[in-house]
Every structure is written in structure tokens, then in C-alpha cells.
Design a protein around this ligand. Structure first.
Ligand code: PMP
Ligand code: GLN
Length: 388
């Protein structure tokens, strides 16, 4: 047996994801899981029924077309037109993927040469660092700092070098809940054009911007042909296990991403694609109702956490609230989260694991509020109890 480490260097340091670790802890301790971001109630019944119907009718039970079924590509294009006034050709400018995760992975594998630099906000969504590494890229963090986590656009300008190939952006941003403003997006777009950069935008929380609208970067001047826009059904329709995502962009970019994607999964989720096509056509009331529901849950959890003594950074979007545990006398968010299930019967996620700059996130802890109201109330009451 070779003495070489089994795991290659690119994946060194990318062990078990924090979400898997913390969800396993929730199972073994029976604690309330406000760690991994998944709803504890499934999405619309009629969408689940559409999936069952597709399975029964033999739709998608054999390999669907590589780019995704035409019905779903048309529905994605329709969604982009309805919500953002953006026109995409369903045949050449839309690609269905195995969740946003595969879309990000395929984008990195398709668009990067080894050594290319990728600028991304830290805290990073966990798969970004691993995907950039697997593609041989070099991640360059742009640190978002408490309390408001706004990007420092001068620092972004300074971070751009001749080796910068792309910006990997996420708004609404997991885990901080920061939502980029139109002004910030415009400034980013100008930099991308000036330096001829590609941009990959992860917009899985597009329907969860609570204060002001989500603006897709691809809608801004100069961005239509240099942006890979990614979203997913998981969060919007509360079916995170289905793993149906999509990419929209120019035919050239979508072709590039598809080239990598076809050798990762080729295709996935055939019958579910039919159901997601129906979900995307749900009336506007579904999307506003979903946002209002999550907004109320955000308020419930943020108020409760503040009352329990956490410093709370009120999120403008997503499923998550970032807090600081320093006011509770805690010095380390990772140790805090490992102890919390036993101590209080609640699971959370330490933001430190999403930062290269350990100091910036050391005492930050993320809680998910995509849970039933009664569950959030019980979690808050547990967190308010004095430690035994
Ligand atoms: N990006 C972000 C920012 C996320 O929070 C998540 C988790 N939903 C994903 C990507 C992954 O999405 P999917 O489950 O569709 O792969
Ligand atoms: N997006 C989810 C979160 O941030 C986790 C998804 C996963 O476990 N990969 O909690």
C-alpha cells in the first residue's frame, strides 16, 4: 500500500462538512437542529403530487436529456422573465443541474485553469473552497465583517490581479444574510467589465430577500455574457433533498458549464424535473407567502436570540441568522456549537469554519430559522434557560 496520503492535496483540509457533522450531532443528542439549512416541513403538496404523477406515468424514469427536460428549461426561462424581465433561450441558455452544488462545481471545473484566482466573499458557503480547490483554482477571500457584512469594494478592487479569472458571488448571502444592493452590484459589475472577469452568482435564496428586492447581477449592463447565474428548487420550494438546480447565462457559458456537468452526473432527478417545472409556474402569491412566512420566522428567532443574550446580526435574506456568542462569555464558536446540543438541546453551526481569516469569525454562530414556529419557540426557550 502506498504511503502517500489517500486523499489528494486539493481536498486536504476539506473533511466532513460542518452540516453533516452538526446534523449527526442533532440525531445522537435529540437536540433541535437549527444547524443545517433544511425546512422541517415539506413544500407544496401539489408539487409532490406532480413528482408522484411523473414517476407513475413513466416521465423521466429513464435518462432525461442532458441539458434538462424541455419543460423545465422553459419554466426556468419563464421564471427569469416573470421575476426579472430577463430573456433566456431555453434551448441554449438554460442548463438543469443536480442542485446548485453541482452547478457551482461544474462552473469551477469548466471555467478555471490551474492557478486561476477566484475572489469570493468569506465566510464562504462550504462547497466553494472545495470546488475551487478541485478545479485547481486559488481562492482569494474578500472578508465580510460584522456587524453589517457589507463588501468592501475598495478591497475588492485591490484583490483583483492579472491572475483573477472570476468572482464567485452569493447574494442573499449564506451564512450572514447580507443582500447586495443594486449600487454594490453595479460597482461589482463595473469592476468585472473593467478587468474582463467572469462572475458566477449563487442565487439560491433569490426569493428570500426580506428588505428590498433581489437583483440578479446578470441583469446589469455588461454582465449578460460574462455571468453564470445559478439557482435551485431546494430552498424556494422546500424540497432540499430533490437536488434540482439550474444555470442561466449566455449560450457560450452554458455550453462550457454543461461540458463539465455531463461528466459529473450527466443527468439527475428525471421525474422531479417535471415537478419543479410546475413549481416554477406557481402563482406570485406562493413566492410572496413563502417570503412572508420566513420573514416572520426570522423575526421570531432574532428577537429570541437577542433576548437570550446573543449579539444578533439581523439578516436581510436567506434561511439564517448569524450571531456573536462573545456577550455570553464565549471565546470560540466551534467549541460553543460542539457543546450546545448537550448543554441546551439546540444545534447551531459555527461560522469560523467558513472563514480563512479565523479571527473574523471566531465567535460567530449561525442559526437556521426555516423551521416550524413551535420548534423555533422551543429552541428559544431552551437557549434562554441558564446553563446547568
Ligand atoms: N449555495 C448556497 C449559498 C446554499 O446555501 C446552498 C444550500 N442550499 C447551496 C448552494 C446548495 O444548493 P443545492 O442544495 O441546490 O445544491
Ligand atoms: N445549504 C445548507 C446550509 O447552509 C446545507 C447544505 C448541505 O448540507 N450541503 O445549511
Amino acid at each position: 500500500m502506498s504511503r502517500r496520503p489517500l486523499l489528494n492535496r486539493r481536498l486536504d483540509g476539506h473533511g466532513t462538512t460542518i452540516f453533516a457533522e452538526m446534523s449527526a450531532l442533532a440525531l445522537t443528542t435529540g437536540a433541535i437542529n437549527l444547524g443545517q439549512g433544511f425546512p422541517d416541513t415539506d413544500g407544496p403538496e401539489e408539487i409532490r403530487e406532480a413528482a408522484v404523477r411523473a414517476l407513475r406515468d413513466g416521465k423521466g424514469n429513464q435518462y432525461p436529456p442532458g441539458p434538462g427536460i424541455p419543460e423545465l428549461r422553459t419554466a426556468v426561462a419563464g421564471h427569469q422573465q416573470r421575476f426579472y424581465g430577463l430573456a433566456f433561450d431555453p434551448d441554449t441558455e438554460v442548463l438543469v443541474t443536480a442542485g446548485a452544488t453541482e452547478a457551482v462545481a461544474a462552473s469551477m471545473l469548466a471555467l478555471l485553469e490551474p492557478g486561476d484566482e477566484v475572489i469570493a466573499f468569506e465566510p464562504f458557503y462550504d462547497s466553494y473552497a472545495a470546488c475551487i480547490a478541485m478545479a485547481g483554482g486559488v481562492r482569494v477571500p474578500l472578508t465580510l465583517r460584522a456587524p453589517d457584512f457589507r463588501p468592501d469594494l475598495d478591497a475588492l478592487r485591490d484583490a483583483i490581479t492579472p491572475r483573477t479569472r472570476l468572482l464567485l458571488l452569493n447574494s442573499p448571502h449564506n451564512p450572514t444574510g447580507m443582500v447586495l444592493t443594486r449600487e454594490e452590484l453595479s460597482a461589482i459589475a463595473r469592476l468585472a467589465v473593467e478587468h474582463d472577469l467572469l462572475v458566477v452568482t449563487d442565487e439560491v435564496y433569490e426569493h428570500l430577500a426580506f428588505d428590498g428586492d433581489h437583483v440578479p447581477l446578470i441583469s446589469l449592463p455588461g454582465m449578460r455574457d460574462r455571468t453564470v447565474s445559478i439557482s435551485s428548487a431546494g430552498k424556494t420550494f422546500s424540497y432540499t433533498g430533490w437536488k434540482i438546480g439550474w444555470v442561466t447565462g449566455s449560450a457560450a457559458l452554458v455550453t462550457a458549464v454543461r461540458t463539465a456537468k455531463q461528466y459529473l452526473t450527466f443527468v439527475s432527478g428525471g421525474p422531479l424535473q417535471y415537478a419543479v417545472a410546475e413549481a416554477l409556474a406557481l402563482p406570485d402569491a406562493f413566492f410572496t407567502g413563502f417570503r412572508e412566512d420566513l420573514r416572520a420566522k426570522r423575526d421570531l428567532l432574532t428577537d429570541g436570540l437577542a433576548a437570550a443574550g446573543f449579539e444578533v446580526y439581523r439578516p436581510q435574506g436567506t434561511y439564517f441568522v448569524t450571531t456573536d456568542v462573545a456577550p455570553l462569555g464565549e471565546k470560540d464558536g466551534i467549541a460553543f456549537c460542539r457543546a450546545l446540543p448537550e448543554r441546551a438541546g439546540v444545534v447551531a453551526v459555527p461560522n469560523a469554519v467558513f472563514y480563512d481569516d479565523q479571527e473574523a469569525g471566531r465567535t460567530q454562530v449561525r442559526f437556521a430559522f426555516c423551521k416550524r414556529t413551535a420548534v423555533l419557540e422551543e429552541a428559544v426557550s431552551r437557549l434562554k434557560r441558564p446553563a446547568p
